[in-house]
Ligand binder design. Structure first.
Ligand code: FAD
Length: 310
């Protein structure tokens, strides 16, 4: 994955530090695949942090324009929500400290979901009326709070103001505002051509062929510069740490294996500590949103095996 950027946001609290894996490893258990890491490319500094350096991950729909610190569009297939590990590798091996999404109100309304239970109170509080609001025309309160207070957000009515705001936000001189202007105009021009070959726009049209995506995840393709869809928004995206996909090695009965490959009597491991919070069950590239399932499933196996043993 290249060198980690100098600045990252923390996707878990400091106490989630892998200490349990290390402690059990020191007692003779085998650790496998510790180099397999899972981090996100779309991390926001939380304006209302619960832990130090608290980062919130955007689960993005596919329409935002994704730009390098200099303002160049990321090459396909590095489009929002497509391939987390692939895009992470692209960003970190380029040595980029961050990237940008450029979008507008219409896109953010439909395509920004924020990760974390406290960001989705409509779901976690089982508030049906608030949940139905997701299909309305209003930007969700959680996303609106980030637009109003988030340090990584630039929200402006005109493109000139947006470009100035982006340059001011980082203050590092990396941005070429004219490059951003060219990328936005090129993208909007490609959209105007129904036979265009822009792969991201082709993918948007494909996604909208599925009713579920059309209703709740993918906005009707429109020009970013359409004033009716404004204001314009730029979001500085930081790398957000999450976890290792490695863990304590187990057999298929969730028994922890020792350095010699033999089960350690009476010791079972399930969930993230055993590498099942992703990679263990679903392969290295995992499948977004299915981490919890692997934890529950391996927990069931461990519970049954332990019950069987006694
Ligand atoms: C912000 C965020 C969003 C996520 N979103 C998704 C998602 O949308 N979909 C998805 O599938 N997955 C998601 N995940 C991943 C998923 O939540 C985790 O993989 C899963 O919850 C891990 O379950 P677990 O039981 O293995 O570990 P945990 O839930 O971490 O449970 C471990 C427990 O052990 C306790 N513990 C630790 N040390 C000790 C000790 N010494 N003694 C006693 N108890 C101890 C801890 O307090 C904790 O309660 C997300 C994770 C985060 C952080």
């Amino acid at each position: 994955l290249g060198e980690p950027p100098a600045f990252m946001v923390a996707g878990v609290p400091a106490h989630v530090d892998g200490q349990l894996q290390q402690t059990v490893h020191a007692q003779g258990a085998n650790l496998i695949n510790p180099d397999r890491m899972w981090h996100y490319t779309e991390g926001l500094r939380n304006w209302n942090p619960i832990w130090q350096g608290h980062g919130i991950r955007v689960l993005p729909g596919p329409s935002s324009l994704w730009l390098s610190p200099g303002g160049e569009r990321l090459p396909y297939p590095h489009a929002p929500g497509f391939d987390t590990l692939g895009t992470l590798t692209h960003i970190t091996t380029q040595g980029w400290p961050y990237t940008w999404f450029v979008l507008n109100r219409a896109v953010i309304k439909k395509e920004f979901t924020l990760s974390g239970s406290e960001q989705n109170l409509d779901l976690t509080e089982r508030d049906i009326r608030a949940t139905l609001g997701r299909v309305g025309s209003r930007v969700s309160p959680s996303v609106q709070a980030f637009m109003d207070k988030g340090e990584d957000f630039v929200v402006r009515d005109t493109l000139d103001e947006l470009l100035r705001g982006m340059a001011d936000l980082t203050g590092d001189g990396l941005l070429d505002p004219e490059q951003v202007r060219r990328e936005i105009h090129a993208r909007d021009a490609a959209l105007a051509n129904p036979f265009g070959k822009d792969p991201q726009i082709t993918a948007l049209r494909g996604a909208r062929a599925y009713l579920g995506d059309r209703l709740v995840r993918v906005v009707k393709p429109g020009p970013l510069l359409d004033p009716q869809s404004g204001p314009l928004i730029a979001v500085k995206l930081n790398i957000l740490t999450r976890k290792t996909l490695g863990g304590l090695e187990t057999d298929l009965s969730a028994r922890v294996l020792g350095h010699g490959g033999q089960p350690i009597p009476g010791l079972y491991a399930a969930g993230e500590v055993a590498g099942f919070g992703g990679g263990g069950l679903h392969g290295y590239r995992a499948l977004e949103g299915t981490f919890l399932g692997g934890c529950l499933f391996s927990g069931r196996i461990a519970g049954r095996a332990a019950a069987g043993a006694v």
